[in-house]
Ligand binder design. Structure first.
Ligand SMILES: [Zn+2]
Length: 410
């Protein structure tokens, strides 16, 4: 069945029906693409006939399937199981005919392109190594080539492309303001990717959505990972160079006026510390990214290659008892805590999720981080914000898919 997305979900029978169908699809998406009918009914808190109508609409459109044989409630499906607990119920799943989106995650050293379906399920991934190069056009051609490859092999309708970039991204037009770690000037990223897809009939005219990598990772962790059910989630992460962040505020990604919000890497973590590219000193980014850990361990000898991997080795050595590596891990952990304290005072989160190297640092050296956080934030002392590691292996990629799926779930 070819999905029919030409009319609004819920048909023409009124806003309530449309809302129920969209809410049901969103609930199914947040549950990873499969849930029993009883679980969905309990979560949506509406009548059986309303659920039946919404389900039949979604089935007709080829978006979901309903198993004919009743199932026991899914294990670990959460508190939403409610009234259906213990009783068999029909299993609702994302249909194999449902549309896909294509997600792109460009890092300083790798390019990932993946197909995703509703539920946040990754269907296929292509990864290529990237050399730091000022040649924007070449990288855009590579993105275009991989998107076309993934789209052709998926053999399912594609409804959008989401792109994650290591740069603040303007919300109105997908302009990447400062992809400095790529050695790029500001670029009209959305227009460039759109142009790459223009001569492929299946992809021409598809909406292209662009976002900042850490913002998108925050979004993904909130929907599918360690930030589930948090209302105000602060996400802080580091991969190759620098530190990024994102904020979920009242359940939604906080973007600021232009989309540039949450450049948390320039929060002061060590007054008078290392000079930062932003002009200040002692920013979280210069005190707690992979370079900072390598510097603290006396291992920052080749500053641009394999930083993340070599920083991970420092943490492995610290865990194994190497005293220099241990001291480095403790120092950087304390700096992360000091930076988080500033952010907690500003943002009052109910959960902090740490990604990338910071998640590993949390596992190896949790104590200096929590001490500095307690000392630096009177708010944190009052409410004891949980600090947890990210749960998704590729959160920015999942977040790019979320961006592209959002119109279907809106
Ligand atoms: Zn800075």
């Amino acid at each position: 069945m070819t999905p029919d997305l030409s009319t609004p979900i819920g048909g023409t029978s009124g806003n309530d029906s449309a809302n129920n169908a969209t809410r049901l699809l969103t609930a199914l998406h947040r549950r990873g693409g499969a849930a029993t009918r009883a679980e969905l009914t309990a979560e949506l808190d509406c009548g059986r006939s309303a659920i039946s109508y919404a389900l039949s609409d979604l089935v007709e459109r080829g978006l979901v399937t309903v198993d004919e044989h009743p199932q026991q409630p899914l294990a670990g499906a959460g508190a939403g199981a409610g009234s259906g607990r213990g009783r068999p119920s029909h299993l609702v799943s994302v249909a194999p005919t449902s549309p896909i989106v294509i997600a792109v995650h460009l890092r300083v050293d790798t390019l990932d392109v993946s197909a995703f379906e509703l539920g946040g399920t990754m269907l296929r991934i292509e990864r290529e190594a990237v050399e730091p190069s000022p040649d924007v056009e070449m990288t855009m051609h590579r993105i275009g080539r991989l998107v076309r490859l993934i789209a052709e092999e998926a053999r399912r309708p594609c409804i959008g492309v989401g792109v994650s970039l290591p740069s603040p991204v303007r919300a109105t037009d997908g302009y990447a303001l400062a992809p400095r770690h790529m050695n790029w000037p500001g670029i009209p990223a959305r227009d460039l990717v759109t142009a790459e897809l223009a001569d492929v009939s299946a992809l021409s005219g598809l909406p292209v959505h662009v976002g900042n990598d850490a913002n998108l990772a925050a979004l993904a962790e909130h929907v599918h990972g360690a930030g589930k059910d948090a209302r105000n989630m602060l996400f802080v992460t580091t991969e190759h160079i620098g530190i990024g962040g994102g904020l979920i505020s009242a359940g939604r990604l906080f973007a600021g006026a232009s989309g540039y919000a949450m450049e948390v890497g320039h929060t002061t973590a060590n007054p008078g510390g290392e000079p930062c590219r932003c002009g200040a000193r002692g920013c979280l980014e210069t005190e707690a990214d992979p370079r900072a850990l390598l510097r603290a361990a006396g291992r920052l000898d080749t500053p641009t290659t394999g930083l993340e991997y070599r920083a991970r080795v420092v943490l492995v050595d610290a865990a194994a008892g190497d005293p220099v590596a241990r001291k480095a891990a403790d120092t950087v952990s304390g700096r992360v805590g000091a930076g988080l304290a500033v952010l907690v005072n500003l943002l009052d989160p109910d959960r902090i999720v740490l990604g990338g190297l910071l998640a590993r640092l949390l596992a190896v050296a949790p104590e200096p981080l929590s001490s500095a956080l307690h000392e630096g934030s009177f708010l944190e002392r009052a409410v004891a914000v949980p600090v947890v590691p990210a749960a998704l292996p590729a959160p920015a990629l999942v977040g790019a898919a979320e961006l592209a799926l959002a119109p279907l779930l809106a």
